[in-house]
Design a protein around this ligand. Structure first.
Ligand SMILES: [Zn+2]
Ligand SMILES: [Zn+2]
Length: 311
């Protein structure tokens, strides 16, 4: 156990605000980091669970909150409270599907080490879309090893880190909700207010089968962004849906399969049409960009999302 220091106190204050703690405790009652505000020993155990050493933990508190776990055969979810990315393993090679927030870098590196590998084992970074909570470490992974970053051409204009697109509603309309405030806080703490530029990438399109670990098939799912993609591992019945279909609404706090709220959607109508494409897939493990994995035919997840509608 490391000695209590100023960093511990600051984390406690940060995640222990009345709004954040109430919301997060409901979301993750068993999470040793979020379930309390100032218990140093319990944070140490969280660091050990996620494979991050004490020194590194003190150096990167955000990364220490990431928790890796196997969610399908050779598929590992690396998750903070609200943000998921995934590692797909094929022997000593990895595909990273989405790359988390900028400050998730050390957590992703730790997840690779927990598999007996390192970040240079990541051969490919597949981006479901170019937002800072999905592409935040893409450039760092790319420049630290031999990984290629792949994304849809319709999101390529966002890789400079400066170009922004309007969503159909403003986020301000949601700020009366504790869930929205807690989400924006987590994005800010994770460095997500700015998207780090990606200087080299390949574009991929609908229907392509990628010859990278996992052999994912690309599915174009516009709506959240124009270039949103899903990736399907046909042999494992797995669909990575990014933000095209999530199981946790970041702005309302609602759980279960659904579209994100309008404050995080470029075009909800297109997003609903993309649900039809997802419903045709033959998969039974849904791995979203936000929220818990969902098990069952994806057509049922889509039916649930349709019943929720736009929010
Ligand atoms: Zn997004
Ligand atoms: Zn997202």
């Amino acid at each position: 156990m490391h000695p209590r220091g100023p960093d511990c106190t600051r984390v406690g204050r940060l995640i222990g605000t009345p709004i954040g703690r109430r919301n997060l405790a409901v979301a993750h009652p068993a999470d040793p980091i979020t379930a309390e505000s100032d218990g140093c020993a319990r944070r140490c155990s969280a660091a050990i669970v996620c494979g991050v050493g004490q020194r590194e933990y003190r150096g990167n508190r955000v990364a220490a909150g990431l928790r890796p776990g196997e969610v399908a055969s050779d598929v590992y979810r690396v998750a903070s409270r609200r943000v998921n990315c995934y590692l797909v393993r094929d022997g000593s090679s990895l595909t990273l599907i989405d790359s988390g927030l900028p400050r998730h870098w050390a957590g992703i590196a730790a997840a690779c080490r927990s598999l007996g590998l390192d970040v240079s084992s990541i051969r490919t970074v597949l981006l479901t879309h170019v937002h800072s909570d999905h592409a935040g470490t893409a450039e760092q992974v790319r420049s630290s090893g031999h990984a290629t970053v792949q994304l849809h051409a319709a999101d390529a204009e966002l890789v400079d880190g400066r170009t922004r697109r309007r969503n159909e509603r403003g986020v301000l309309a949601y700020l009366w909700r504790p869930a929205a405030i807690a989400t924006l806080l987590e994005l800010a703490v994770g460095g997500g207010l700015r998207m780090p530029a990606i200087t080299d990438y390949l574009t991929i399109g609908d229907g392509e089968i990628l010859e990278v670990p996992g052999r994912p098939t690309v599915v174009h799912l516009p709506g959240h962004t124009k270039g949103s993609l899903g990736f399907v591992l046909a042999d494992r019945g797995v669909c990575f849906s990014g933000d095209a279909l999530v199981t946790w609404n970041l702005l309302t706090g609602r759980r279960g399969p659904q579209l994100l709220a309008g404050g995080f959607m470029e075009d909800s109508r297109a997003g609903i049409e993309s649900l039809s494409r997802l419903a045709m897939l033959n998969t039974h493990v849904l791995l979203p960009g936000h929220g818990e994995p969902w098990h069952g035919p994806i057509s049922e997840a889509v039916a649930h999302a349709r019943s929720v509608g736009r929010t």
